[in-house]
Ligand binder design. Structure first.
Ligand SMILES: [Zn+2]
Length: 469
């Protein structure tokens, strides 16, 4: 059986860094969000950002963790160019919490993934590999904007048996982290170290994989690599590997160091922290968990379970969007159907998030009203929403620009005449009893009118016309 465990680093969306007041945000300019503390200058002293502790505790509540009464920070010593102090401030002996779990749904079966621990640590600076990858760059540059950014590390037990299970877990975890407002996928980074082992072999650790696709390829490659070593009678050594996204393979970085090599010592510049008041604060301010939101959407808005689940599983912004629209629009069922139906489909197709799409609740409700008042057909609505997602132009504006107002009966009749003239065979078929042909003729009218003809009126007029012919 394959055993897979994860060490996930998520950047907490705090306002400032973990131990100084520099901004915790990306910048196009390198080394601008820096100060003596996050540059690791001698004599500078770290100051804890309490927001990071509270957010890590919220993650702990979400992952059903046992909290430590007290926690403290340790120095993990190693030399690497991204770490000017030669040690990283992290947690070792007493982290935020241990022994939790998170449930995932694997093809209808609920599986419990045990969480070993979570702790808080600072991110090192960013190394930019110029002219190649980590294994063959010409030289490297260092950007300290990332140095001191607060990370929460979530360590699982090796409870996963396949890359599919890992992906299900990661998607759910990242969605939940956004719902409890400690992480923002648009601003925060995440990455994973993936441990993989198969029977009769040692585990290998693949460092810093930062995409779902990467996780899947890295695990699948690693399983095959280890199996083929064992099949050939070689030993699978304990080692640290790097995932190469351009070849979809893993490459040896170093043979695995033991924890003792890091020489952890207590961080003398920070006190230990009693957690009880932080836990109380986080419990009091804990946002709704997704399960609770689903229940509420069903109860409050009478949504179907399916629609409620889809709304919640995606970006939390969808729930917010739905609720904002709800205030202005009565038919909640129709509203949710359009959001999880055509809006989702168009966003997926164009690989856009709701945030990037410039879709506003006001305009979206206006769009639904246009259909309700029969100013546009549903069919035209489906066309307009595609453009709305793509270009960010609200449907009413699109309609006016393209002169897509619904046609009058007389105008529809004119088009029907043309369609009848152009399709004598279908007309003949219809009159000989093949009534289904009328759908084809209606389709032709829709094409010619860019769906500005009301389909019901078109059908009535066509039937009448065909009968009298
Ligand atoms: Zn700083």
């Amino acid at each position: 059986m394959v055993k897979i465990g994860l060490e996930i680093h998520v950047q907490l969306n705090t306002r400032t860094k973990l131990f100084c007041s520099c901004k915790n945000e990306a910048s196009k300019k390198p080394n601008v969000n820096t100060c003596p503390i996050c540059l690791g200058m001698p004599g500078s002293k770290p100051l804890i950002n309490e927001e990071a502790i509270k957010k890590a505790i919220k993650i702990g509540l979400m992952l059903n963790l046992n909290f430590s009464k007290k926690m403290f920070f340790s120095r993990k010593s190693y030399f690497y160019p991204d770490l000017s102090k030669n040690y990283q401030i992290t947690q070792y002996e007493l982290p935020v919490g241990t022994q939790g779990y998170f449930l995932i749904n694997v093809k209808g079966r609920i599986k419990k993934i045990r969480i070993r621990r979570i702790h808080i640590e600072e991110d090192p600076a960013q190394i930019i590999h110029v002219g190649g990858s980590i294994t063959n760059a010409e030289y490297v540059l260092l950007d300290y904007n990332r140095s001191g950014v607060p990370l929460c590390e979530i360590v699982t037990e090796p409870d996963f048996e396949s890359s599919e299970e890992v992906i299900i877990f990661m998607k759910k975890l990242l969605s939940y982290l956004q719902h409890i407002k400690v992480f923002d996928i648009r601003k925060c980074k995440w990455r994973c170290d993936v441990n993989v082992s198969i029977p009769k072999g040692n585990r290998s650790e693949i460092k810093n994989v930062g995409s779902f696709k990467g996780i899947k390829s890295a695990i699948n490659y690693e399983i095959i690599r280890q199996e083929s070593l064992i099949n050939k009678g070689f030993e699978v050594k304990r080692e640290t590997r790097h995932f190469n996204a351009s070849t979809n393979t893993t490459e040896l970085l170093r043979t695995k160091e033991e924890e003792i090599d890091y020489g952890y010592i207590f961080e003398p510049d920070l006190t230990s922290f009693e957690l009880s008041s932080y836990i109380k604060d986080s419990e009091d301010n804990m946002p709704e968990l997704p399960e609770e939101i689903i229940k509420r959407l069903i109860k409050e808005y009478k949504l179907s379970k399916n629609n409620a689940e889809i709304l919640v599983q995606k970006d939390p912004l969808f729930v917010e969007f739905f609720e904002k629209c709800s205030k202005m629009y009565e038919n909640k069922k129709k509203l949710s159907n359009w959001i999880v139906g055509d809006l989702f489909k168009c966003l997926n197709f164009q690989e856009k998030s709701l945030f990037e799409s410039k879709i506003k609740p006001n305009d979206f409700v206006d769009f639904l009203n246009l259909m309700d008042s029969k100013k546009i057909t549903e069919r035209l609505g489906k066309e307009l929403i595609k453009e709305y997602v793509e270009k960010g132009i609200p449907p009413r504006q699109l309609m006016n620009r393209k002169n897509l107002n619904l046609l009058s009966k007389k105008e529809i009749l004119n088009v029907i005449e043309k369609v009848i003239k152009e399709n004598p065979k279908s007309v003949k078929d219809y009159q000989e009893g093949k009534k289904i042909v009328i759908d084809f003729l209606i389709g032709e009218v829709m094409k010619k009118t860019r769906a500005t003809a009301d389909p019901k009126i078109t059908r009535e007029l066509l039937e009448k016309k065909l009968k009298n012919k």
